[in-house]
Design a protein around this ligand. Sequence first.
Ligand code: ADP
Ligand code: NA
Length: 350
Amino acid sequence: SFRPLVFSGVQPTGNLHLGNYLGAIRRFVALQDSYDCIYCVVDLHSLTAQLVYPDLKDQIRAITAAYLAAGIDPKKHIVFNQSQVMQHAELAWIFNCVARIGWMNRMTQFKDKAGKDRENASLGLLAYPSLMAADILVYRATHVPVGEDQKQHLELTRDIAQKFNNDFSDRIAALGLGVEMKMGDEVVNGFFPITEPVIGGPAARIMSLRDGSKKMSKSDPSDLSRINLTDDADAISKKIKKAKTDPEALPSEIAGLAGRPEAENLVGIYAGLSDMTKEAVLKEFGGQQFSTFKPALADLAVDRLAPIASEMRRTLGDRAYIDAVLKDGGERAGVLAEATMKNVRDIIGL
Ligand code: ADP
Ligand code: NA
């Protein structure tokens, strides 16, 4: 069977926020103890929205600094930026020829990001999930921690792996490159693993502080909608104080959060930051007003995020160190990626 391996990535576009931290980076940190991990700054993905970012290199350094400040160990694991390892793009092209246009057209993120003027979106934006599949499968990663917003893309990664394994099953067998894996109760054989999502916990999807129906996002024009990882204590407190809520007290049971998305979101953030379940948070705060809960949440957020922000600033002060981490990670990732691509070229006869 495949060696357990984790891959995930974050785009170098804009400020990291609490959603990225609770939904992604904090999970990356937790998985380090049980898996070998590859954490990438996916700079090629950022080109799908616009081709030129004047400060792209600094954005890459900022994400890297966040990874390191949050506690990812670049010696035990691999931290690098995608464009250093061109095998990602090579495999993405092959996957563009494996995947079907209909699969891409169904992606809700494409519909959201392309908006009404779909004909004018970049072809890269449509093919984004192909590159994401390549990021994962070029290392034959078995597990991917992502927020719920990426679940559909990971499904597509699984579809691509499965179609490749089926289409080339004879070649894979002839070359002796098949690996056995369990799929439910069945044991199947393939070159690529059918990668599992690692989703869950109380903070898989953090919503905007201004609108409980939208996810917290870098691209939201309202800065009050999100807590940035680099916000200072005053900014964090102010944003939580201004967060949209309803006039009711907090319920003492989960069922009482139904139809109250803003309340549920704040309870989820508290649970995520404190490593408690939502049930336990409600046990503690049930019956209390937001005027009591919000200051407690603000204190907790400052307590958890301030050390990361200050460590990020410290790390960003040493550009040579960050660049050395990325270069070393890129070299190690490149060796692994090339080993896979050599097999892929053999399989398809290139
Ligand atoms: P964004 O969606 O803000 O542009 P990215 O696409 O770079 O951020 O996402 C980086 C990681 O952060 C992904 O794993 C994504 O699932 C996670 N993530 C982004 N927004 C949220 C959110 N609001 N809640 C939970 N996880 C999130
Ligand atoms: Na996203």
